[in-house]
Design a protein around this ligand. Structure first.
Ligand SMILES: *Cc1c(COP(=O)(O)O)cnc(C)c1O
Length: 363
């Protein structure tokens, strides 16, 4: 076990944060940068806080190479509020939008959007229990759709889009809650990207929204003020009190990612970690992964023994060894190891070592 008796936490979210960041936050907790106060206690209108939120945005822009014609917003309400904010803001002409259903979160987003317009499913892998990701092209999308919607990484089912769909002039909207900052992506291919922070960025409490400027300003007059992206864009995410502490921690995570060499290096590490785990599963006679190889997530790795009792035993014994939160989502059973950015390679190696030991003992 590691310094401070910390466990290896494979939680799908809220989830592990980089130890370096936690230590820095701890160090600064009582007196942030000589201000004599904690960030928690700081006015969001103070000079000190303005610098914190400005730096967070600058560093995120740098990490993701966000073009100048995109706004970066920090919004409360978690991922679930984005299921509604996206259609409320982006159904601006035909009120049609086309969704790709690759799991629970895509389905929820689709259902919520149905309250606001004419929403269609253009592809789904539900009949195969979401074990693969459909390939879609511009031809699958209604030509007058206001946007197309995907979930780039499916947290529960352990799949990911290994390509960015071509959507022509139709804005592509992506929920990247569980894989933002995990690998290089071309932001310019998207009209809007959003991500809840608590999977790969920060504690719960904020969603990051990256929106192309020409998509702002279409919310209907009667929608609640807070739900209009333009309000947040025009006010630098400070229309009202933002989740100050969460944004501060996110900013520290961005600094940490820069310090290790940015997203290219993070991607290299993530692919290495995922390969170690999938290789173990694929060479095992006990464990298997139901996901199509080419669509496997590098963030959430789903596996099982095929025997629910044995799965339970594995999860319980792993917990005793300091590896926690390995149970699969309640809708799926089996196991899931979430190996987000902050999960060290040591954690994955410890898991693999235990999997081998468990297999030998339970032949
Ligand atoms: C966790 C998650 C959500 C929901 O986030 P909440 O903040 O709990 O509402 C949405 N989409 C994806 C891909 C997720 O992993």
């Amino acid at each position: 076990m590691s310094k401070y008796d910390r466990v290896y936490n494979f939680s799908a979210g809220p989830s592990v944060l980089p130890l370096e960041v936690l230590e820095k936050v701890q160090k600064e907790l009582l007196n942030y940068d000589g201000s004599g106060q904690s960030v928690m206690e700081m006015s969001h209108r103070s000079k000190e806080y303005q610098r914190i939120i400005d730096e967070a945005e600058v560093n995120l822009r740098e990490l993701m190479h966000i073009p100048d014609n995109y706004k970066v917003l920090f919004v409360q309400g978690g991922g679930t509020l984005q299921f509604a904010m996206v259609p409320m803001n982006l159904l601006r002409n035909s009120k049609k939008a086309d969704y790709v259903i690759t799991g629970t979160w895509a389905k929820k987003a689709y259902k919520e959007a149905g309250k606001f317009g004419d929403i269609r499913v253009i592809a789904s892998s539900e009949e195969d229990k979401f074990t693969w990701v459909p390939k879609i092209t511009e031809a699958d999308i209604r030509p007058d759709a206001d946007y197309a919607y995907i979930v780039t990484n499916n947290t529960i089912y352990g799949t990911r889009f290994n390509y960015i769909p071509e959507t022509g002039e139709i804005p592509l909207v992506a929920d990247m809650s569980s894989n933002i900052l995990s690998e290089e992506i071309d932001v310019s291919k998207f009209g809007l990207i959003w991500a809840g922070a608590q999977k790969n960025v920060a504690p719960a409490g904020v969603s990051i929204v990256i929106i192309r400027e020409d998509l702002l300003g279409y919310a209907a007059a009667e929608i609640p003020t807070y739900l209009d992206y333009k309000i947040h864009a025009d006010n630098g995410s400070m229309y009202n009190t933002p989740p100050t502490f969460t944004i501060y921690v996110a900013g520290e995570v961005f600094k940490y990612l820069k310090s290790i060499g940015g997203i290219a290096e993070m991607e290299r590490r993530n692919k290495e970690k995922a390969a170690i785990l999938y290789d173990c599963i694929d060479s095992s006679e006990l464990f298997s992964c139901p996901v199509a190889k080419e669509d496997r997530s590098i963030m959430n790795v789903v596996f099982m023994t095929g025997d629910a009792e044995l799965d339970k035993k594995f999860i319980a014994e792993a917990r005793e060894k300091g590896m926690i939160n390995l149970a699969g989502h309640r809708s799926l059973g089996g196991m899931r190891a979430s190996i987000y950015n902050a999960m060290p390679k040591d954690g994955v190696e410890a898991l693999v070592a235990f999997m081998k030991e468990f297999e030998a003992a339970n032949k």
